[in-house]
Write a protein that binds this ligand. Sequence first.
Ligand SMILES: [Mg+2]
Length: 714
Amino acid sequence: MWTNNARPKSFFRKQFLVIVGINMLSLALASGLLFSNFVNDYTDNLINIARTKGLLLSSASTSALLFNDQQAATANLEFLQHYPATRYAQIFDTNFQLFAKYVREGQVVPPFDKALSFGGSFRNNNMYWYASIDMDEQTLGYILIVTDTESLQAQQERYALIIILVFIVSLLLAYILNWHMQKRLTTPISQLINLVSNVAQERQYNKRLTLNRNDEFGDLFRGVNLMLETIEQHKTQLQGDSARLENLVKLRTEQLQQHSDRLENVVQLRTEQLYNRANFDALTQLPNRHLLADRLSHGIVKARRESKMLVLMFLDLNRFKVINDSLGHAVGDQLLSHVAEKLSGVVRETDSVARWGGDEFVMLLEQITSHDSIVKIAEELVKSLDAPVLVGDHELYISASIGIAIYPQDGDDPVSLLKHADISMYKAKERGLGEYCFFHPDMLVQSVERLSLENQLRAAVEKQQFFLVYQPQICIISGKVVGVEALIRWQNGPVVISPLVFLPLAEEIGLMHQITQWALNEACQQNWCWQQAGLPKIRVAVNFPVSALLHAKCLEDIQKALKTSSLDAQYLEIEITEDSFMSSTKKAIDVLQQLQDLNIQIAIDDFGTGYSSLSYLRDLPVNALKIDGSFIQGLGQTRANDGIVQSIITLGKSLNLLVVGECVEEQAQLDILSSMQCDIIQGYFFSKPLKSFEMAEYLEKGIEANDITATKHP
Ligand SMILES: [Mg+2]
């Protein structure tokens, strides 16, 4: 808006022109009036002079007219020669006949115009004065005086010159004054405009106006300077605030960027973690069942397309639950990690090892071309777990059972293959530790039966559908009953199911601890009842499988059973098997030592069939060895068998342990054992396992059993 500098200048120029124009008009008007007054005065004066001269000549010519004296009249007119301006003068009689005249030299007298009016008048650069010559109200004649108007013209020119000069001078003064005043006005306004323009366009708030005046412009300039000073202060403050704000924004932007980067990293990390969590087992870092199912589906598609085999191996660790329950989950988890490493080391790069859950692993083998290569891998997997694993100060022994299903012969979809491999694994378990088994359709029927039995067993545990039978143990030397072994039976409706059938199943599905606990309570209670009934005080032996022995609550359960039944600890015997030491020797020894400290008897059952090293038997806290029934059955048949039995008895003697021969059914077996100095006999030769009331009767039949200390052979 301030770029067009012509606009304010144009305004002042117009204003100047208007003022000068008004001045010119006023001066012209005044000059005209003045000139007119001057001319009027002068013409009046000329007329007055002409009238005076006319009156004088009229008076002087009266007598000449009366007496018709033309000479006298002419002489009077000669008087006008002293007035050079007079051009001519005429006196007429009443008939307008020329009576006398005066004509200046060189002048031409025109004919008299009778229409001429009395008085002065101007015509054709001449002034006419015309009047009648009267005497006593009688007209004697007429007089006409004509003068030139050169003096009037000269006077007019002079007046015009003076007025023009005055006009020019006045106009010049008006122009100068106006110009000066306008400059006084436009200079500060121009400064103000320039300042405002600089401030508006270039933000130069440090500029100041320098006009030093005491009028309104001075006040305006001081006000503007003060306003600019205030604006500059605010600007400086704003610049400071702006710089601080800019730094703050910069800092915040950097912080936001860093935060954004961190957030991005966290999101990426979380995404990877979520993917790993969804697809990999957190403990072993192996693919989980979700990822395995995915790979299995793809593997089947690929195998179908290439017409190749695909092998699925379902691997379950044996006795892992025992370790987990006895040594805690931390030890169990470390063991699983070691197992995962071992299994991964066996399979090829093209194969997958996944953790199915718990102690179950699944191997997916692709690019398999022969049955032999499947067998080889299965054997290598079993063998890889042979060596003990050291976790902390525990030396742990583990074994696995493997079920194998093959695509397409055992199933053409993931669910079928997994199911059939799982069923095969249970079949492998039935065959013993460290076995593998290929799927066969017959297993499906067995699997259904097994599932049914499993459900019934769970119900039996809940309803306590078990009972105990007791088989007496007889001292060879004294012939006295020194103890009974409590044996569990399952009353499944009308059918009694053998422990050989349901105990392995109970072990697999985790019911062994509950069943053992029930048997323990029942045996202690029964023994106390017999004692209360006045029967001989004998000890009752309860079988403790390894899972029950190594259970975290084993000691607590036994103490509770003794306390509840009020049975003295010396009348309780715990039978364990050699594999109690297979999982964790240290843990087993700790538990046994505490039991022995309670004065509870410890016997190793089925001795001779396990793989325990005889070297540590010396330090075990046990009281008795029970020779495995298979050796007793073979007595007298081979020298090797008899040698083994003799060696066990000799070993027991050397370690100051009682030796028990179980499953004795014949006199010959009894004789051989007696000759070998076996201490105690148990078996059908003396008695089958008896129900509690039968056992009470057995004790009452006169066989005295008032001493539980069996007589040892010397
Ligand atoms: Mg037993």
